[in-house]
Design a protein around this ligand. Structure first.
Ligand code: FAD
Length: 411
């Protein structure tokens, strides 16, 4: 029986292992950590947002939307449902996001482990693979202790990205993939908090607000997201900001700004009449009282400070136009982004092996059809909402079942 090596026991490596082994192939999976699937336990705040009801290429950033589209359409919603059934995982949908009914990421990992055991998949933990060699159509792997594992007819690399990594020696599969000659797209942390320059952030830290956020790089609009904003002492966070971080590369070279609309329900067109009406109604109030009920208390203080106006100043000290300029500021406030809060705090990393180097029908690489690459090791950065685990499963499923089919055809 031919032997298949899989490097990396994350979601995509384990799914590939299961689908290859189900078709009677001997599978050995190598994992650098002491346990398989450790990252899975952190997903969805411990609840594991497995996938999403609506998935298109628009939910991802990649170098090759065409290849991505082929992969996504080859793994249908029905196939995904069968995969969950195969693992014994019951799922539920909440706001379009797919979760295990158990609400526990640990049960997803347990289900994967049970299936791998049933299929007699050999798991080698604490095996950081550092070198791959090929001789006479078979692959040999060398771990960091120079132990050699040989005789593999196919090799699957599912080593993930750089998220969670904070030391040089933990760089996962990147050095391995580079040594094999794959073109790597530069990475940065994504789905992560931003670090911003505003000196008054402390004043508003802890605020959560439903906003619209627009990203500008060197003055050019890059994308807009609606959702909850969370303000920290260091910068901006929350889903809307997370999504936009996928587009923030080389911050040190670009002027990167997040423009926040703190009053998204108030359109620019009706602002004029809104301010005039409120001004007439409340001109006898203080500025703090005038703004009470519009936004979070801490933001009132923040914006008045930006204007150099005092909380207890009477509204009548200002004209309606001046108050309009205050609201304009609240709808268009810009924070300069200095940095992203590191790989160790990020949910994913962007970049990785360029997707254009992959055959979408089976995830094999164009430079060697016996080497497969899946999951976050590839340059595919999904939004929050189950898109990254979906891609890990889709690519793992395609690779695992194709390896099995190919081996079966040979026999
Ligand atoms: C906090 C957090 C929350 C998240 N929440 C969600 C969510 O709810 N929904 C969602 O869709 N996505 C979520 N993600 C992202 C998602 O977890 C990843 O995109 C996905 O797990 C990637 O799967 P993978 O198998 O490609 O890589 P990984 O899960 O990273 O697995 C790669 C494995 O390979 C091992 N490895 C690396 N290099 C080597 C080597 N040289 N030798 C041996 N082993 C090696 C690693 O130790 C690792 O176990 C979250 C991520 C984080 C960090």
């Amino acid at each position: 029986m031919r032997k298949i090596a899989i490097i990396g026991a994350g979601m995509s490596g384990m799914i590939a292992a299961i689908y290859a082994a189900q078709n009677h192939l001997q599978v050995v999976i190598f994992e650098r950590l002491d346990r398989v699937g450790k990252k899975l336990l952190l997903t969805g705040n411990g609840k594991c947002n497995l996938s999403n009801e609506s998935i298109t290429t628009d939910n991802y950033i990649t170098d090759s939307p065409k290849v991505l589209n082929s992969i996504l359409t080859s793994f249908s919603r029905e196939q995904e449902e069968q995969l969950f059934q195969n693992l014994g995982i019951l799922t539920k949908v909440k706001n379009g996001c797919i979760y295990p009914v158990s609400n526990q990421a640990s049960t997803v990992l347990d289900a994967l482990r049970i299936r791998m055991k049933e299929l007699s998949i050999e798991v080698k933990t604490e095996s950081m693979i550092t070198k791959i060699t090929k001789k006479d159509d078979t692959y040999s792997l060398c771990d960091e202790f120079n132990k050699i594992y040989s005789g593999f007819s196919e090799l699957l690399i599912a080593t993930g990205g750089l998220a969670g990594v904070y030391q040089e020696h933990q760089k996962n599969g990147y050095p391995l993939l580079q040594s094999l000659g794959y073109k790597m797209i530069p990475s940065h942390p994504a789905l992560v908090q931003t670090i911003c320059s505003d000196k008054d952030l402390k004043v508003i830290s802890g605020v959560r607000s439903d906003v619209v956020v627009t990203l500008f790089i060197n003055g050019n609009e890059q994308g807009t997201e609606r959702g909850e904003l969370q303000i920290t002492e260091k910068g901006l966070s929350g889903i809307a900001v997370f999504q936009l971080t996928r587009r923030m590369d080389e911050l040190n070279k670009h002027n990167t700004k997040l423009r926040v609309d703190f009053l998204p329900a108030l359109t620019q067109e009706c602002m004029d009449s809104f301010v005039k009406k409120r001004y007439q109604q409340m001109h006898q109030r203080t500025l703090e009282e005038f703004m009470t009920g519009m936004i979070h208390k801490k933001l009132i203080f923040f914006f008045l400070r930006k204007k150099n106006w005092k909380l207890d100043e009477p509204v009548s000290k200002h004209t309606a136009d001046e108050l309009q300029s205050l609201l304009y500021m609240m709808k268009n406030y810009e924070f300069e982004v200095l940095d992203l809060n590191g790989y160790q705090n990020a949910q994913i990393s962007t970049g990785g092996v360029a997707l254009e180097q992959i055959n979408p029908e089976d995830m094999s690489s164009k430079q060697d059809k016996h080497v497969y690459i899946t999951g976050e090791a590839l340059n595919v950065a999904g939004e929050c909402g189950g898109y990254n685990l979906h891609f890990a499963m889709a690519s793992g499923y395609l690779a695992g079942s194709s390896i099995a089919r190919r081996e079966w055809e040979k026999e």
